[in-house]
Design a protein around this ligand. Sequence first.
Ligand code: AMP
Ligand code: ZN
Ligand code: FE
Ligand code: FE
Length: 282
Amino acid sequence: MAVDLHSHSTASDGSEKPAALVEQALEVGLKALALTDHDTQDGIFDARAAVGGADLELIPGTELSLEYDEGGMHLVVLWLEPGPGPLQDRLEELRHGREQRNELMAQRLTELGMPVTADEILLEGGPGSIGRPHIAAVMMRKGYVETIEEAFELWLTSGRPAYIGRPRLTPEDAIQLARRSGGVPILAHPHTLGINRADEMTDLLTRLIPAGLVGLEAFCAGYRRHEREGYADLARRFGLVPAGGSDFHGAYKPGLSLGTGYGDLVVPDALVDELRTHAGVT
Ligand code: AMP
Ligand code: ZN
Ligand code: FE
Ligand code: FE
């Protein structure tokens, strides 16, 4: 049986409603699905209702973007129960940072000759946690770019003209807050860290493990077999649990399927039991 430990719904920058994600997970025959919307847990209630009595373990979670100048560092937190808690209480301010950033990016795009309003972005994103994929979709609809990927590559990625940062947690703070909240912190899609030397990766893991890091994503869509095996070996060498998932976003990441990623992804279900042993306030 396969599992998927990284997915996004309309509660953040996925195109599918939480209940639709659960339906797809059941169709694909997943044994476990983690809902890891950016900076929010709002989707988990509808997702839980959709599971009903079905044989699917639905894991509540979130995904955080962390302060890291060298590249994009994301943390997936699993078994984070919605409601009050040390990390849960910080999510709202992170979403507020997104709102302010979106307004600034709308202004910047307008200055760059691509008029976009904050309202257009809000309309695209709906009530959820709004992100750059929503801005990319507005740009696409208005004919400024042909694809979401192109919007990122030319304008929205860090270092590009329309990129504007937002307040983030430091890696240590995020990991500690996750553990104090009973969650299981996992370093996401490690290729986006921008690290290409073994000693840099060693230094980073040596820094994050004392803070309480539990897992490292190895089973990511788009990775080749030797990359998945390499990251899984790396995780084990540092006493971390390999993890992973499709990072499904529906139409915001075309071609990607829940569970199977680009068709060849299998996240072993035994990892769920192993990761779960670290859940709960310690
Ligand atoms: P934000 O949360 O606003 O910082 O946007 C980050 C999200 O944008 C990621 O979670 C991805 O879903 C998406 N993203 C980042 N880089 C790219 C890219 N090059 N192409 C398409 N989507 C991307
Ligand atoms: Zn996303
Ligand atoms: Fe991510
Ligand atoms: Fe993600």
